[in-house]
Design a protein around this ligand. Structure first.
Ligand code: HSE
Length: 308
């Protein structure tokens, strides 16, 4: 019997312009799983030890398809017992399903002596994302496994590029208690976009990558804009445009929807600005009678990892 404890971080998908192709890992906030392997047994059990509600049936838990994909890819067998010890609230828009999926994928690979490389660990984690949202996207799963800021250059075949993370990137994130499912947030998007929207978007994606590679945080900030999804999704976030104006006025470099929402994140180059921006976000939703949680964290180069 082998037993480990694994952490995988929360993450922010899209980063404004990188719809479905970019994401970044956050420091400290994330999921913790305890995983036990009996190589002579068979089956999967999942026990939720948090007060966050999770599906009672393991078939509906994102961890199950992740473990099955690992077994299918490697030909290994065994019994895995998982205890969920810490869990990001589902539907928060900071990669809750990806954190569980990444922790499970990383953990099972470690328990068997790491037969899979990092990119295949992401492939396993994507099975959890598929169960959660009905699509194989890696914009949360890749940073949750690998850490840092990741670009999915292509899905067929999967080609993940890890981008440099400037040392002074702070990220206030707010989770307003509003219900917006990823499925709903995707269903309202148009299937086609006009050429001038595409030109704006790929200009920004190029600017974002260039800004990260050269450590030019102002360029990163002004490139983190979304002409594709935000115009349709911001209706779910009360006072979205006013909030952005307030945050930019307080020194934030950018503000965007985190993934498919309803969380919103900003970017700052200093910790004190990030704290101030976080407080403004909190006040914005409180004034409208909307409860929220705020995290002010540093963008992290660390992904899924063993903690015991
Ligand atoms: N990138 C996807 C979206 C999901 O924006 O719909 C990320 O959580």
């Amino acid at each position: 019997m082998k037993r480990i404890k694994v952490f995988a971080p929360a993450s922010i998908a899209n980063l404004g312009c990188g719809f479905d192709i970019m994401g970044m890992a956050l420091d400290e906030v994330g999921d913790v799983l305890e995983m036990t392997l009996d190589e002579d047994g068979k089956g999967i059990s999942i026990v939720n030890e948090t007060d966050v509600p999770l599906p009672a049936d393991p078939e509906d838990n994102v961890i199950t398809p992740v473990l099955r994909k690992f077994f299918a890819l490697t030909g290994k067998t065994g019994r895995v017992d998982v205890r969920v010890l810490k869990k990001i609230f589902p539907g928060s828009g900071i990669g809750s399903s990806a954190a569980s999926s990444a922790a499970a994928a990383f953990g099972i690979n470690e328990l068997f002596g790491a037969p899979l490389g990092e990119e295949d660990v992401v492939v396993c984690a994507m099975e959890g994302e598929n169960l959660a949202s009905g699509g194989y996207h890696a914009d949360n799963a890749a940073p949750a496994v690998m850490g840092g800021i990741t670009l999915i250059r292509g899905y067929e075949p999967l080609d993940i590029i890890k981008l440099p993370v400037p040392g002074n990137l702070y990220c206030p994130v707010i989770h307003p208690h509003l219900t917006v499912s990823t499925k709903q947030a995707r269903s309202i998007l148009p299937k086609e976009i006009p050429m001038h929207t595409a030109v704006t978007q790929w200009g920004n994606v190029g600017g974002l990558v260039a800004g990260l590679c050269s450590g030019n945080i102002e360029l990163v900030g002004r490139s983190m804009r979304d002409a594709v999804a935000e115009p349709f999704r911001k209706q779910f976030i009360p006072g979205f445009d006013e909030l952005r104006a307030k945050l930019l006025g307080a020194g934030a470099l950018a503000m965007n929807i985190s993934g498919s929402g309803p969380s919103v994140f900003a970017l700052a180059s200093r910790s004190d600005i990030a704290q101030r921006v976080g407080a403004i976000m909190e006040r914005h939703f409180a004034q409208q009678g909307i409860l929220s949680e705020t995290y002010v964290v540093k963008v992290s180069n660390k992904g899924a990892r063993l903690i015991a």
